[in-house]
Design a binder for this molecule. Structure first.
Ligand code: AFD
Ligand code: MN
Ligand code: MN
Length: 397
């Protein structure tokens, strides 16, 4: 990039200036797989520690001003915890971001929450949704980001159609409680923890549910929630075309929802997703697309992995933005396949790290956030301070 005129740098700086991504509170906590957990001395075990870690990531990267909160894990006492969160926002300079209801851990939800055959349990789940929306309002959070684990494990054990009806009703009621500025993001996932059917299994179901819930509902695309051959950027193109794209949970996966660091397996796919968004936005389609990370690493250091994902997202976002869309459209029109592909791939191969480093320097940020994290001693310090506590704590605390 350096060798071309400074206009390129100016263009790239403008693009980077427009990019922000939300980090998940649960990305800093001890987690694991169903086969066990490897606790990390530096893992956060309190909401304050999560805010401190989020503030460190934002200090290093400059593009993560909000942190997604999980209702049960971060606000266990519900609205009573809101004043503490507001204080932490001020103290650490990071805002509460999307609010994630938790309808998958309580024993009552064994056979489902909003889709449970028991009307009492459905009501309990709906009350949790409304409580989550109330908390979001008090925190002035725009997005209520709903992932529903509901489903079944064996054919014939549940009426899938009845569950659709219950879900439609619950989301309509939830939607009616949203403030004018709020949105309900409906996330889909084909499997896990349910293994025969999941009630919101794909983008079509999520889009239907969002459209019938009301005008402030949209679809949330978690990049880990697709079968390995799925063309995610095509799903994104459809959601952009129909105006139903609400945002993303970014991570990477080799099999499905492995929550690996973004771009660690298939960075080209994320580039193609961002390209669809840049195309739509350059054609003037007004989209408020929420970029959020959803990862929680069993092995990598929590903060290191978050910084890695943020930096990777920035680079891929910029690479995709620098595609010469006008020239590409012409080549697509002429069906000049190789030229179109070479232009497209060429943008992906371009090394934007120098211009990202220059942008960071111009912003007074560390040019290499990972290296700055290591040099800061932050992780070693919190490991000493938190070490004894975190060993005793179970996951998702
Ligand atoms: C799990 C689910 C889903 C959800 C996240 C946070 O698969 O992605 O968004 O937890 O609740 O990864
Ligand atoms: Mn997710
Ligand atoms: Mn997931």
């Amino acid at each position: 990039m350096k060798d071309s005129n400074s206009a390129n740098y100016e263009q790239a700086f403008k693009i980077l200036e427009a990019f922000q991504i939300e980090i998940p509170s649960w990305g800093f906590a001890n987690t694991g797989t169903r086969f066990g957990k490897f606790v990390q001395p530096a893992a956060a075990t309190t909401i304050e520690e999560k805010f401190a870690d989020a503030a460190e990531v934002n200090r290093l990267t400059g593009v993560t001003p909000t942190m997604a909160l999980h209702v049960l894990w971060d606000l266990p006492n519900g609205v009573k915890d809101v004043p503490e969160v507001k204080q932490l926002e001020k103290r650490y300079g990071v805002r509460a971001g999307s609010i994630n209801p938790n309808l998958f851990q309580e024993q009552d939800y064994k056979y489902g929450s909003l889709c449970n055959p028991s009307p009492e349990i459905r009501q309990r789940a709906l009350d949790h949704m409304l409580h989550s929306i109330a908390m979001a309002k008090q925190l002035e959070s725009r997005d209520i980001s709903l992932w529903l684990a509901d489903g079944s494990n064996y054919p014939g054990t549940q009426s899938m159609r009845k569950r659709i009806g219950w879900l439609e009703e619950a989301l309509q009621i939830s939607h009616s409680h949203l403030a004018p500025y709020q949105r309900l993001l409906v996330e889909y996932k084909p499997f896990e923890p349910a293994f025969y059917h999941t009630d919101i299994a794909d983008w079509g179901m999520a889009s239907h549910l969002a459209q019938q819930a009301g005008p402030k509902a949209r679809v949330l695309v978690d990049t880990g929630h697709h079968y390995s051959s799925q063309n995610i950027e095509q799903i994104v193109a459809w959601l952009l075309h129909t105006g139903m794209l609400g945002g993303f949970h970014f991570n990477d996966r080799r099999y499905a929802d492995d929550d690996l660091t973004l771009g660690s397996i298939d960075p080209y796919q994320i580039f193609r997703i961002f390209h669809e968004i840049h195309c739509a936005q350059s054609e003037g389609q007004p989209h408020t697309v929420a970029y959020m990370i959803d990862q929680s690493h069993n092995l990598k250091g929590k903060i290191e992995a978050t910084v890695q994902t943020v930096a990777t997202a920035q680079e891929l976002y910029l690479k995709a933005a620098l595609v010469d869309r006008k020239q590409l459209a012409g080549l697509q029109q002429e069906c000049d396949l190789v030229a179109a592909e070479e232009l497209f791939r060429g943008a992906f191969w371009r090394d934007v790290r120098p211009v990202v480093r220059a942008w960071r320097e111009a912003r007074g940020l560390p040019v290499d956030p990972l290296q700055a994290l290591r040099a800061s001693g932050y992780v070693e310090r919190i490991a000493r301070e938190r070490g004894s506590r975190s060993a005793a704590v179970s996951s998702y605390a």
